[in-house]
Design a protein around this ligand. Structure first.
Ligand code: NAD
Length: 354
């Protein structure tokens, strides 16, 4: 069996730890990619992996992604991730969460957890009984923290405006046609913000009733979910699934801009340059969708320091997202590289791995 540190996803991670507790049945992997900028921040994924090797891959890959995302968001946080290997029955018990919380505490603040797939706010509250290194806990109205969706949506809205200005030379989004894939927490928020500034919207969701209700509210058009990537528009905004930008997805696009919040939009690294080759301006996903992580990180910092941040301060940091995107696109014009390549390099420089 190959050692995990010889796997392609291993990227000089500072710490990779397996925690196994016979009594509770907990098996978890902690991966801390970098603490160069601060404690490694990143959610806990609770997932059943048919092949446990995929759990290690996820931990290695996602923790590195968090290093890049936190660095490019200008946060004093490194990158990390935890994966709890669920059994096929996906049983999650208070005992498991207690042992998991103790394991986080034992890392002494090098890892700060948050919600990810399969974890809920109640799980975070249970973990918080054993360790202080948790974000994403309930907060009073007006304080940093709480539902990340609206904060993520605001960053994407600002990022779309930046892309429209850069690519189309337009100062506002009035009359700009945006096709939005996914009308959930993030996509719905982006749609409302765009509609309020007069954008023309086409919406799609696999939950057709949800898309139709939002379209009705905003005076938007709706198309079936398999048609949204073909819509002739100014901006295609993916806010549902990852890996949609593969050969056929890129081929189908009829828009000069891709800017949306879905994580891991590029199916493989070569798809960033492929988008650029088609003349499509891409807003790197982890840069444009950082509003939610900015919010939870500021919540954690406030709890640790006792200096409360309000949502106004969170929004001030989110306001910096467009400048980061412009810096990436400007560097692309000089170097001839695609935005994903430039963003990764900027992120690596920020974490001292240039
Ligand atoms: P959500 O579950 O609230 O909404 C996702 C929506 O996409 C749902 O309405 C779902 O029906 C729809 N959908 C699923 N498959 C689809 C398809 N093939 N075509 C069209 N619609 C489809 O999730 P969310 O919180 O809005 O997150 C959306 C994306 O943004 C995800 O990729 C998520 O990882 C990413 N993201 C979210 C946040 C956040 O703060 N919530 C932060 C960063 C990144």
């Amino acid at each position: 069996m190959a050692a995990f540190w010889t796997e392609p996803d291993f990227d000089d991670h500072e710490l990779v730890q397996l925690v196994h507790d016979r009594a509770s049945g907990l098996t978890a992997i902690f991966a801390i990619h970098s603490t160069h900028l601060g404690p490694g921040g990143g959610g806990t994924r609770f997932w059943h992996y048919a092949d446990p090797a995929d759990a290690m891959k996820d931990a290695l890959r996602l923790s590195k992604g968090m290093s890049y995302k936190n660095a490019m968001a200008g946060l004093p946080a490194g990158g990390a991730k935890a994966v709890i290997l669920a059994g096929p029955e996906r049983r999650k018990t208070p005992e498991m969460l207690a042992v998991f919380g103790d394991a986080i505490e034992a890392l002494g603040g090098r890892y700060v957890t948050a919600e990810d797939v399969g974890m809920a706010e109640a799980d975070m509250a249970a973990i918080a009984e054993r360790t202080k290194h948790v974000s994403g806990l309930p907060v009073p109205e007006g304080h940093a923290g709480g539902d990340p969706g609206p904060f993520t949506a605001k960053g994407i809205f600002l990022g779309i405006k930046a892309a429209v200005s850069h690519k189309l030379g337009r100062a506002d989004v009035s009359g700009v046609h945006v096709a939005i894939q996914g009308t959930g927490s993030v996509g719905g928020g982006v749609a409302r913000l765009l509609a309020a500034e007069g954008a023309q919207l086409t919406l799609a969701d696999i939950d057709e009733a949800k898309a139709a209700a939002l379209a009705n509210e905003l005076g938007a058009d709706v198309v079936p979910s398999d048609a949204i990537m073909h819509v002739a528009c100014d901006v295609f905004s993916p806010n549902a699934l990852g890996a949609i930008l593969d050969e056929s997805g890129i081929e189908s696009l009829n828009a000069p801009i891709v800017a949306g919040g879905a994580n891991n939009q590029l199916a493989r690294p070569e798809h960033g340059p492929a988008l650029a080759k088609r003349g499509i301006l891409y807003a790197p996903d982890y840069v444009i969708n950082a509003g939610g992580i900015i919010n939870v990180t500021m919540e954690y910092i406030a709890r640790r320091t006792g200096e409360q941040s309000g949502t106004a301060e969170v929004y001030r940091k989110i306001d910096e997202i467009p400048a980061r995107l412009h810096a990436i696109w400007q560097e692309c014009e000089v170097s001839g590289e695609s935005p994903d390549v430039v963003a990764d390099r900027m992120a690596r420089n920020l974490i001292g791995r240039g």
